[in-house]
Design a protein. Structure first.
Lengths: 656, 207
């Protein structure tokens, strides 16, 4: 029955999205408003279909209906309820179902938000594009990634989700949040395509989609940070980011979207960078598809790619179509898009945004290159190489520091043109904050050029962000914390916290591998670590062999967990978290027969601020989405060129 | 809004903006260039081998007599694979320029060290055959990374040709009768290698 309802839901969603896409597109091209009017109806039907399918899948998983191939793969009678619920998105087909559900939700949200303007060709085209994307994803579900396939002989028990996905409460939240971000970029992409098709390439559509982009960006940020945190807390490798293909797949659109939310301000204020902004939106969306292809088709090696399935060619084709459509439209409309304004001075807000964008684009290029480099080498030289952390760390650190520098200077720059006196005046306090941060880190024993540079720039940038917030709150009270400029500064402070946590934990982490017999102790980094003894905790699904260890008298228990379902052994770390630094314990091997425990002790200074910074970024995004101080119209006289005396200019006809 | 520039910039500028019409069209060329670049990229991706290809490659040599490997080892001894009959041999084709080989190395060291702890009759011999490479970098690599097993410089890549080596690392498991029992084309771990050999010893069929 679950299979029947699920297939019914998928069929409804496919049919409705295809029908909606075709009728809207035909209606728009033939100028038949009566056809266009069906778009929103179909959009709602798609959502109904997606919800029916998702409920059918959850019902199958909760009732342990092992007649479904997917449930037999990810479900198990031994999985606890929460992880069982989250099992829906623990493998390929179910994650596509989640994608479809989120996408359908966004489509209906667009319909609701613009319900008074559905006849407007711009909105109607955007809806058409979204229905087109829906068509693709529900076709995937109907065809190569069908989550409702039945087994010929129902299984009596499933294997359960990957043990790593049954370890931490974050599993239930990280993927949906990430998908809300990832899929959310479909909305601005749809409006970008609509603007290109209708030729209404002014700034109107940007204002409409700015908040959608921010919403998606904030959730993607939160999703990435939660993923890193999960990785640190759950997988005993003392790391939170490994430049793995799946991580890069979520990071690439984040980079281009971050570039966009900065450069879009230039377009709003000055009417410039239009082609660039459209390209960034198209790139962001295409990169979500490309990332999904890379991680779901098995072409790149990854620790957490979902293998199997034949959806690779589908995704690659869709990526090709997306890029071709975007480029074709831009070739057609591009010259109309060229801006009437021009840059006056590199030392201006828009100049800083341009540099920021070039840095983000370079960042994205480096990450993409590192991700696909093994493929290029394999294709051209028939050799196998792996691109690892050294490449990414070496390439991205200077870009990161350059971005921090921009973050320190850009917020104080005025639009159009800055004078040196003004800069000296406005950068005075931020610069002292930087010097203060440097002095503080040296006093506290900081060393190493890269880390000290990062701390200095962090202080500098925090000063610049703080200056803006102080000025704004002084003028407007608490309202000075909302709106995009001020909320953006809160996001900046989050980024700075992340940067500081990153620099400190990467530069000053200390590791010690010790072998201790019960009762023995060791002192590391001022902490007394005593190995009390081992114990075993057995549950229905796993058997954890724990080493009971005290850190300065408080007990912790890193473990080796054996999962019954597939016999996989996973080290589970135990972390003492403090604002000034974590003590990270993991049990490298099972406790030996003579009772010796091989413990890895890692001191990670300031690492907690990575997660706090991520939350601050999310919070700042919320603040930025509130309407701020009333602004002037999108493009007003600010786009007019600065009159400047030209020595060889024609005599002014009016004055002459 | 009275001035002309401000007039055309807000939402939905008309087609014929005088400041823009005079510029030469650029967008089609840029778009075309990008399109070619991305098309190349898509072709590259489409042709990329899928990672879920079986790690154990079919080979005509499976269950056939293992081609011989003779040559000088790193220590200057003469090595002859045929003389190793009677014990299980793990033959690893290696190049110090290949990243996966370098990543695999610690696993091989662990595997080799584990053999010493076993009773002599159940030890497995490990042999490295250097694939298409000069001696110096290999010597340097083993000096730095360790590994006390025979490292054979395969003269004229004769053995590599006989085994049809395409991409290192490739690992072949040869039984005491000199018969190829397994061909593995991914990087291995010590546990996996032990498991494979114990399965082969016990006659467990594995794909």
């Amino acid at each position: 029955m679950n299979s029947t309802f699920g297939n019914l839901g998928v069929t409804l969603a496919v049919t409705a999205s295809l029908a909606g896409f075709v009728t809207s597109a035909v209606g728009l091209m033939r100028r038949r408003p009566q056809l266009v009017r069906f778009g929103p109806v179909f959009a709602r039907m798609v959502l109904v279909g997606a919800i029916v399918a998702a409920i059918a899948m959850e019902r199958a998983i909760i009732t342990r209906d092992f007649s479904l191939a997917y449930v037999a793969k990810v479900g198990s009678t031994k999985t606890p309820a929460l992880y069982n619920f989250a099992a829906m998105w623990s493998a390929l087909q179910g994650s596509i179902l989640l994608w479809g559900l989120v996408l359908a939700g966004y489509t209906v949200a667009v319909v609701r938000r613009f319900r008074k303007r559905l006849g407007d060709p711009l909105v109607a085209w955007a809806l058409t594009v979204m229905l087109g994307v829906c068509t693709f994803f529900f076709l995937l579900m109907a065809g190569p990634a069908n989550p409702f396939l039945r087994l010929a002989v129902p299984a009596s028990e499933g294997t359960g989700p990957n043990p790593l996905l049954q370890n931490h409460i974050l599993v239930a939240f990280h993927p949906p949040i990430l998908y809300l971000g990832y899929v959310g970029f479909t909305v601005p992409f749809a409006f970008a395509i609509a603007a290109l098709i209708t030729g209404r390439v002014g700034e109107g559509w940007l204002l409409e989609t700015r908040r959608w982009t921010l919403f998606a960006w904030g959730l993607l940020t939160l999703g990435i940070v939660l993923g890193a945190w999960w990785s640190y807390e759950v997988v005993g490798w003392n790391g939170f980011w490994g430049w793995d293909a799946v991580e890069n797949a979520s990071f690439l659109p984040w980079l281009t979207a971050t570039a966009f939310i900065h450069s879009v301000l230039v377009q709003e204020r000055r009417g410039m960078l239009r082609v660039w902004n459209l390209s960034l939106l198209c790139a962001t969306f295409s990169l979500t598809i490309l990332g999904t292809f890379l991680t779901r088709s098995g072409v790149v090696e990854s620790v957490h790619a979902f293998s199997g399935g034949s959806i690779g060619p589908w995704l690659l084709t869709f990526f090709g179509i997306t890029v071709a459509l975007a480029l074709g439209l831009m070739a057609w409309r591009g010259d109309r898009l060229r801006s009437p304004g021009a840059f006056d001075s590199p030392l201006s807000r828009e100049g800083a945004f341009l540099i920021n964008n070039l840095l983000f684009a370079l960042f994205a290029f480096v990450v993409l290159l590192g991700t696909v480099f093994p493929l290029i080498i394999e294709a051209t030289q028939n050799k196998r190489v792996a691109v690892g952390r050294p490449f990414f760390d070496a390439m991205t650190m200077p870009i990161g520091l350059a971005l921090l520098t921009m973050m320190a200077i850009a917020p104080v720059l005025p639009w159009r043109k800055a004078s040196t006196e003004l800069l000296r005046d406005r950068l005075f306090w931020p610069a002292w904050c930087g010097v203060g941060a440097l002095a503080l880190s040296v006093v506290l024993g900081g060393s190493g050029v890269a880390a000290l540079v990062a701390f200095t720039l962090g202080g500098f940038a925090a000063g610049a962000a703080g200056r803006q917030l102080v000025l704004a709150t002084r003028r407007q009270g608490l309202r000075g914390l909302v709106g995009r400029a001020n909320g953006g500064m809160v996001v900046h402070i989050g980024v700075i916290l992340v940067a500081v946590g990153l620099a400190a934990s990467q530069s000053y982490a200390r590791t010690s591998d010790v072998s201790l017999k019960p009762g023995e102790s060791t002192v590391f980094g001022g902490h007394t670590i005593v190995y009390v003894g081992k114990d075993v905790v057995e549950t229905k699904q796993s058997r954890a062999e724990r080493a009971r260890v005290t850190i300065d008298g408080v007990e912790y228990a890193p473990a080796q967990v054996l999962f019954n379902s597939n016999g996989q052994i996973v080290p589970r770390p135990s972390v003492r978290t403090r604002p000034w630094g974590d003590v990270y314990l993991s049990l490298a091997k099972p406790v030996a027969a003579d009772g010796t425990a091989n413990l890895q002790i890692v001191l990670n200074p300031l690492i907690m601020w990575l997660w706090i910074g991520g939350l601050v970024m999310g919070f700042g995004t919320v603040l930025a989405m509130f309407p701020g101080r009333k602004r002037r119209l999108a493009t007003d006289a600010a786009s007019a060129p600065i009159p400047e005396p030209r020595p060889h200019a024609e005599p002014d006809p009016v004055l002459a | 809004m009275t001035d002309q520039l401000a007039d055309v910039t807000p939402n939905d500028a008309p087609d014929d903006m005088p400041t823009i019409a005079t510029r030469r069209p650029l967008a089609p060329y840029l778009a075309l260039g990008l399109a070619l670049l991305i098309a190349g990229f898509v072709i590259l991706l489409a042709r990329a081998p899928k990672g879920d290809a079986p790690e154990s490659a079919a080979t005509p040599l499976l269950n056939a007599a293992a081609p011989n490997l003779t040559g000088k080892t790193m220590n200057g001894d003469t090595f002859d694979l045929a003389s190793r009959r009677g014990s299980w041999v793990v033959l690893n084709f290696f190049s110090s320029t290949c990243t996966p080989c370098r990543e695999e190395h610690p696993a091989l060291v662990e595997f080799y060290d584990a053999q010493a702890a076993k009773p002599p009759e159940s030890r497995v011999e490990l042999v490295t055959s250097v694939f298409a490479q000069d001696e110096a970098p290999v010597r340097k690599f083993f000096a730095e990374q360790g590994g006390g097993w025979p490292v054979v410089f395969d003269p004229n890549n004769a053995a590599a040709l006989a085994y049809s080596i395409a991409k290192v690392p490739e690992t072949w498991i040869i039984d005491p009768f000199g018969v190829v029992r397994k061909h593995v084309i991914t990087t291995l771990t010590a546990e996996r290698l032990e498991l494979l050999i114990s399965q082969l010893r016990a006659g467990v069929p594995n794909p």
